[in-house]
Design a protein around this ligand. Structure first.
Ligand code: F6R
Length: 602
C-alpha cells in the first residue's frame, strides 16, 4: 500500500527509482511518479495506472540526475489522478515530497495554509505536508521538516528534497515503515526492503519520530542505530516459472511449513525450541490468559490458534481483530500476554493494538513474517514464521506459516504446563512429517482446476466447517472473494440452520470442510440439510472416506493428520480453488482490484 523510494549518490537516479518502484508495487498501487534533480530544474513526472505508463513518459525525455524520489500511490484521499499522485510540491516548486500514511488533521491545516496564501494542486492529505515544509523553510530542509511535522497528527513515512537546499534527502517516519540503505558512495531510502535489496543489504530501520538526512557522502539521524542484515535473496521476488506469484506461493505452502519448523522441533523431548522466547521463559510460565490479535487472513489463523491453545496448552484464549481490539477496553493484567499475528508486521490496526498494550505494560508477543518489521521490533518477544517474501496481494503461504508456528507455540506453552510428553511427541512428530503430506495435497491441483471449470459460472458460494475448520471456512470464502470477486460466505456448519439456510438452492453451492475428525458426523448432518434443499456440495474430506461420495456432488480428498493440524492441509485446496476460479474469470490474480498488500492505514 503506497511505496517510497529515494536515491542520492553518483549514479543516474532514474533507473534506480523505477526498479525500486517495480519491487514495491506488489503492495498495491494505482498511480506513480518520480522527481529527479537534473542539472538545472527538478523534473517531476507522474502517471495514472501501471508503472509502465510512467516509464513511457520518462522514455520520451532524456533525464539525468543523481538525486531523486519515487512513489507508487494507493488512493486514500482524492481520486486516482495525476494531480493526486506523488511527488507533491509546494507553491514555488522548491520542495518535493512523497508520503505513505494518513495526515488526519489535513483539513484544518489546509484551511489555515490556504488562508496564509498557499495554493493547492491536489485533493490529498499529503500536499499539506509540502506546504507546511515550505512555510518553515529558511534554507535548511531538515529544520523545516522537523517544524512541519510538529503540526501534524496521523501516520507518515516521508522523503523530501529541496531545490534550495540541494544534495540531500530528508526522511522521517511515524507508524509507517521507512528504511535507509547504506552503500559505498550512495544512500537509498525506501518503505520496503525489496526496493533496495539489489543495491545493498546494509540497512537501518528508522524509528518513529526520527529524521534522517542523507547526503552524497554521509548521513545522519538523531540516534545511532544497529545495522540489520536482510536475510532473503533478490530471487525471492521472481515468479520462478509460474504464471502468477499467487500460484507460486500456494505451491510453496509445504515449504512454508518446513521453514517454520526447521531447527525448532525437539521430537525426543516432545517440545519445541523458540529462541525468541528464551529470555522470557519464566514470565511465560505465569501467563494465565492469552489474547490473539490480527487482521484478515491472519485473524483466521488466530481463531485456529485459540482452538489449539485452549485444547492443548490449557490457557484461556481470546481472539480479536485489530480494528476492534484497538478501541476495546480489554480486561488484562500482568499475567496476560497478547500475541500479534501479521505477515507484514506493518498492519496499522494490529500495530495500533500493540501500542495500546504497550501503554498498559502488558507482555506483547509477535508471530511475524517480515524480519525487522515494526511489529517484530516493537513486541517484547516473538517468533518469525520464515515463510519467505509473499508478493501476491492475497496471503497464502504466510497463513500456512502462521498455523505451523501457532502449533509450535501451543506445544511450547503446553509443555510448560500440563501437556504430557507423549502428547508433545505426537504433535511434534506429526508436524515434522507435515511438509511431505502437504506436498501430496498439491498433487490434486489439476482436479481442483477441473472443479473450478465446473463451478466458475456460479455467483455465490458458502464455505462451512466446524471447530478447527470453522475459521478455514472463513479463509476459503475470503480468498474466493478477493481473487474471483464472487460472493462467498464462510460460517460454522452449525450456524446454517439459524438463518443462512434460507439462501440455499440449486444456484448456491457449498464447500463443506469435513475431514474425519471429532465433528465429522455433525458436518454430515449439515451437508444433509443442504442437500435436502437441493444445494450443490463440494466436500473436502479425508482420503478413503467413500461414504461421503454418495452424499455430495464432488469431493476433494486430503490426507489424514491430527485434528489440530487439518486446517493446514484443508487450506491448500481452497487456495488453489480460488486461484483457478480467478484465472478462469480473467482477473488480475496477483493484484486484485481495490486491495493492497500491506494495509498501513486505518
Ligand atoms: C487476505 C489478506 C489480508 C491480510 C491482512 C493482514 O488474503 O492478505 O486479509 O491477511 O491484511 O495482513 P498482515 O498479515 O500483513 O497483518
Amino acid at each position: 500500500m503506497c511505496g517510497i523510494i529515494g536515491y542520492i549518490g553518483k549514479k543516474n537516479a532514474i533507473q534506480i527509482l523505477i526498479n525500486g518502484l517495480h519491487r514495491e508495487i506488489y503492495r498495491g498501487y494505482d498511480s506513480s511518479g518520480i522527481v529527479v534533480f537534473g542539472k538545472n530544474e527538478p523534473i517531476c513526472i507522474k502517471a495514472v495506472g501501471k508503472i509502465e505508463n510512467l516509464e513511457k513518459k520518462l522514455n520520451s525525455q532524456s533525464i539525468e540526475g543523481n538525486l531523486g524520489l519515487g512513489h507508487c500511490r494507493w488512493a486514500t484521499h482524492g481520486e486516482v489522478t495525476e494531480a493526486n499522485a506523488h511527488p507533491h510540491f509546494d507553491c514555488q516548486k522548491n520542495i518535493f515530497l512523497v508520503h505513505n500514511g494518513i495526515i488526519e488533521n489535513y483539513k484544518e491545516l489546509k484551511k489555515k495554509l490556504e488562508k496564509e496564501g498557499h495554493q493547492f494542486n491536489s485533493d490529498t492529505d499529503t500536499e499539506v505536508l509540502t506546504h507546511l515544509v515550505e512555510k518553515y523553510f529558511q534554507g535548511n530542509l531538515e529544520e523545516a521538516v522537523r517544524k512541519a511535522l510538529r503540526e501534524v497528527r496521523g501516520t507518515y513515512g516521508i522523503a523530501v528534497i529541496s531545490k534550495k537546499d540541494p544534495q540531500k534527502i530528508v526522511a522521517a517516519k511515524l507508524s509507517s515503515p521507512l528504511i535507509l540503505g547504506i552503500n559505498k558512495d550512495e544512500f537509498l531510502i525506501a518503505s520496503d526492503p525489496s526496493a533496495i535489496i539489489t543495491h545493498t543489504r546494509q540497512v537501518i530501520n528508522l524509528d518513529d519520530n526520527e529524521i534522517a538526512v542523507l547526503k552524497p557522502d554521509n548521513f545522519f539521524i538523531l540516534r545511532e542505530k544497529p545495522l540489520t542484515q536482510i536475510e532473503w535473496t533478490p530471487g525471492d521476488e521472481k515468479k520462478g516459472g509460474y504464471p502468477h506469484f499467487m500460484l507460486k506461493e500456494i505451491m510453496e505452502e509445504p515449504e512454508a511449513i518446513e521453514n517454520a519448523i526447521k531447527g525448532r522441533l525437539m521430537i525426543e523431548e516432545g517440545s519445541v525450541k523458540l529462541g525468541g522466547f528464551d529470555e522470557i521463559q519464566e514470565r511465560l510460565r505465569k501467563i494465565n490468559k492469552l489474547i490473539l490479535v490480527a487482521c484478515g487472513t491472519a485473524s483466521y489463523s488466530a481463531r485456529i490458534g485459540k482452538y489449539m491453545l485452549e485444547e492443548y496448552a490449557g490457557i484461556p484464549t481470546e481472539v480479536d481483530v485489530g480494528s476492534e481490539f484497538r478501541y476495546r477496553k480489554p480486561i488484562v493484567d500482568k499475567n496476560t500476554a497478547v500475541i500479534f499475528i501479521s505477515q507484514s508486521g506493518e498492519t496499522a490496526d494490529t500495530l495500533a493494538s500493540l501500542q495500546e498494550m504497550k501503554k498498559k505494560e502488558i507482555l506483547t508477543l509477535g508471530v511475524t513474517n517480515v524480519v525487522g518489521s515494526t511489529q517484530a521490533r516493537e513486541t517484547n518477544a516473538g517468533v518469525y514464521t520464515r515463510s519467505g517474501s509473499e508478493i501476491a496481494v492475497a496471503s497464502s503461504k504466510a497463513f500456512i506459516g502462521q498455523l505451523a508456528t501457532l502449533a509450535m507455540l501451543t506445544v511450547y506453552l503446553g509443555r510448560q504446563r500440563d501437556m504430557a510428553l507423549i502428547m508433545g511427541k505426537r504433535i511434534v512428530s506429526e508436524l515434522s512429517g507435515l511438509p511431505d503430506i502437504a506436498k501430496e495435497v498439491l498433487k490434486s491441483a489439476s482436479e481442483i482446476k477441473e472443479l473450478a471449470e465446473k463451478y466458475k459460472d456460479f455467483k455465490n458460494f458458502w464455505f462451512i466447517g466446524r471447530k478447527y475448520n470453522s475459521p478455514i471456512a472463513s479463509e476459503g470464502a475470503l480468498k474466493l472473494k478477493e481473487l474471483s470477486y464472487l460472493h462467498a460466505e464462510g460460517i460454522g456448519g452449525g450456524e446454517l440452520k439459524h438463518g443462512h439456510l434460507a439462501l440455499i438452492d440449486e444456484s448456491f453451492p457449498t464447500i463443506a470442510i469435513c475431514p474425519s475428525d471429532s465433528v465429522y458426523e455433525k458436518m454430515v448432518s449439515n451437508i444433509e440439510e443442504i442437500k435436502a434443499r437441493k444445494g450443490p456440495v463440494i466436500a473436502l474430506a479425508t482420503k478413503n472416506n467413500k461414504e461421503i461420495k454418495n452424499l455430495v456432488d464432488d469431493v476433494i480428498y486430503i490426507p489424514k493428520t491430527l485434528e489440530m493440524l487439518t486446517p493446514i492441509l484443508a487450506t491448500i485446496p481452497l487456495h488453489l480453488f480460488s486461484y483457478y476460479m480467478a484465472v478462469l474469470l480473467k482477473n488480475d490474480v496477483d493484484k486484485p482490484r481495490n486491495l493492497a498488500k500491506s494495509v498501513t492505514v486505518e
